[in-house]
Design a protein around this ligand. Structure first.
Ligand SMILES: [Mn+2]
Length: 341
């Protein structure tokens, strides 16, 4: 089955899921609220209909999302623990992955045991995708919206409250709390239904957005005092070095959302983060206000993503990557600004 941004026949997805007994759910490394929320949204439904189900992710659960884990449903992949179960999995459902390799070593398990895969995602995928089945909806604000569609269409019983909590978390986080350009009427309709079925939306908000570590705040102060502006302030970029991370005693997850923060500055159309992962790689992150696409720049750097939120992993020292990426971004944005004039 391949619905690569073509109208999705959820009945076919339902038939596939119905015919599987042992199902593993997974999402990308360093998982976000969308991947995790989509997983837990689907988990409670599949649990209820009696499937042998587990959520196995490459990365451990970030602390911010402990509120989704009251039943300890999230497991972090450990070959010695999981392979005896994984070996007999009938179906692996992969959420929000963007690129198959982002489930890291779980790819190896899938290949070793020759498992059937179902990709459910709102990121673009090529026609030549590596999945057995591919279900992509680029118009979905979050993968959680697709889980909502699925459960709404196929569920014979009321959708479990825990599923609503996952779906709400997915939609809230991927829309930046209903603020980003991908926010549409449907996101709010889903939110209304989640409220109706008992999700305490203000609690979810607090758990996710009012839970910053002191390290994160220290790091934020550091980067905000060292912002660079280009093209009359249309482009703002910043660097996070390993030294800055160590000085602030920060973890990777403390960096989430900084590009969105910088994009919020008056006049800034595109925010660019260059994160020094180690001496050989930098993670690049673009956020656009919505007037200029940025995933073409990310693509030319070997990455990808949505039109207005994209990224790449670029190899090279920080100094080298900085030069290449900043120049490329200036050039690309300048062209787009000229065209728009
Ligand atoms: Mn997503």
């Amino acid at each position: 089955m391949n619905f690569n941004n073509t109208p999705i026949d959820w009945t076919k997805v339902h038939n596939l899921i119905s015919s599987a007994n042992r199902i593993m759910l997974t999402t990308h490394e360093n998982p976000d609220g969308d991947g995790l929320g989509a997983e837990s949204g689907m988990y409670y439904h599949l649990k209820e209909i009696g499937k042998d189900i587990r959520i196995v992710n490459y990365s451990p659960l970030p602390d911010d999302y402990n509120f989704l884990n009251l039943d300890s449903i999230f497991e972090s992949y450990d070959k010695s623990i999981h392979d005896s179960w994984i070996e007999n999995v009938d179906l692996v459902i992969i959420f929000d992955v963007g690129n198959f390799v982002r489930i890291r070593t779980i790819v190896d398990a899938i290949k070793t045991y020759n498992l059937t895969t179902l990709n459910i995602d709102h990121h673009p995928h090529p026609e030549e995708h590596p999945f057995t089945h591919n279900v992509v909806d680029l118009s979905a604000a979050a993968t959680g919206c697709m889980v909502f569609d699925y459960l709404t269409l196929v569920s014979e019983k009321p959708i479990p409250k825990e599923s609503y909590l996952g779906i709400y978390t997915a939609v809230m986080t991927d829309t930046g709390c209903f603020r980003y350009s991908n926010t549409n009427q449907k996101c709010h309709e889903i939110a209304i239904q989640c409220l109706e079925f008992g999700v305490e939306t203000h609690t979810v908000y607090q758990k996710v957005y009012e839970n910053s570590t002191k390290s994160r705040m220290r790091l934020m102060g550091d980067l905000l005092s060292n912002l660079h502006y280009e093209l009359n302030g249309n482009l703002a970029w910043f660097i996070i070095t390993q030294d800055m991370m160590i000085n602030a005693n920060a973890q990777k997850s403390d960096v989430d959302g900084f590009s969105d923060l910088v994009r919020s500055i008056q006049g800034v159309e595109v925010a660019l983060m260059i994160f020094e992962s180690n001496s050989e790689n930098c993670r690049i992150n673009f956020r656009s206000k919505g007037n200029y696409v940025v995933n073409d720049i990310a693509k030319s750097l070997g990455g990808g993503g949505h039109a207005f939120a994209a990224g790449a992993l670029v190899s090279g020292s920080l100094d080298d990557v900085k030069k290449i990426v900043v120049n490329l971004s200036i050039e690309s944005l300048q062209n787009k600004i000229n065209k728009a004039l």
